[in-house]
Design a protein around this ligand. Structure first.
Ligand code: FPP
Length: 244
């Protein structure tokens, strides 16, 4: 399988980022409340986390809660963050024994204290996991992260892409920095990036699927990785065939 240029020791395999869209529409289609869609979304999260190492994924970043999600009704944001909290508490028990490292990227200062405690617990309990690096993006905005990293840029004598990438990782609590995104998948039929990992996805392959997130399973994940493996990544250069 082709790899991106940025390699981080410890996690073999590609970096897949997932925009998990369609919980609400899935619930509506099944005559269920939106909350049931989000709960079914967590089941899908568990399926992909289980499958990821088997299909060659070393780093998996899930968009769990966008900074723009604060605009939703407080009842829904509380439910979403509560699901994140329960997932992290369970992760601290189960994922550590499955060699999965769990970290959270994004702002922490606006999260309810119980969620902050769950983040700390899950990160500490899984710190030695090496089969998969699972990153949850919570209160995450790529543009806000870029702004905050840019504010630290003046302190650098020689700004380079790599140095800026390290600053971004620093503001996102992502140390050592994860490798760039190789493949970004969005479910739910929309075709946009919604302020997710804009810098890190500069050369990511993009896949948009009509599957609603609660329907997404290991077969869909494997199909996406297979599609990725068929793509030719040139990073702006020419393919070897064109040079020969
Ligand atoms: C989009 O569905 C999805 C979200 C806003 C967040 C995804 C959250 C989960 C899958 C549950 C919690 C996550 C973890 C990692 C425990 P939507 O409500 O925007 O769907 P719609 O566009 O159909 O309304």
């Amino acid at each position: 399988m082709k790899q991106s240029s940025l390699q981080v020791p410890g996690f073999a395999g590609i970096h897949v980022a997932l925009i998990m869209d369609g919980n609400g529409r899935w619930a509506e289609a099944h005559d269920l409340p939106r909350a049931a869609g989000h709960r079914a979304g967590v089941d899908a999260v568990r399926r992909v986390v289980e499958a990821a190492p088997r299909v060659g994924i070393g780093t998996l970043t899930l968009f769990a809660f966008s900074s723009d999600n604060w605009q939703r009704p407080p009842r829904e944001t509380a439910r979403l963050l509560n699901l994140v909290r329960s997932f992290l508490l369970q992760a601290a028990r189960d994922l550590a024994s499955r060699d999965v490292r769990v970290t959270v990227i994004g702002r922490r200062d606006r999260l309810p204290p119980a969620v902050q405690r769950a983040v700390d617990l899950a990160e500490r309990a899984t710190t030695w996991g090496r089969a998969l690096h699972l990153r949850l993006a919570v209160d995450y905005s790529a543009r806000e992260a870029i702004l905050r990293a840019a504010a630290r840029l003046a302190a650098l004598r020689a700004p380079t892409r790599e140095a800026f990438g390290r600053l971004l990782a620093e503001v996102d609590h992502d140390e050592p920095p994860a490798r760039d995104v190789d493949l970004l998948v969005r479910t739910g039929g929309e075709q946009r990036l919604s302020d997710f990992l804009l810098w890190e996805s500069a050369y990511a392959e993009l896949i948009f699927t009509d599957r609603m997130w609660p329907e997404f399973d290991a077969t869909d994940l494997e199909a996406a990785v297979r599609e990725f493996a068929r793509r030719e990544r040139r990073f702006g250069a020419l393919s070897p065939a064109a040079i020969a």
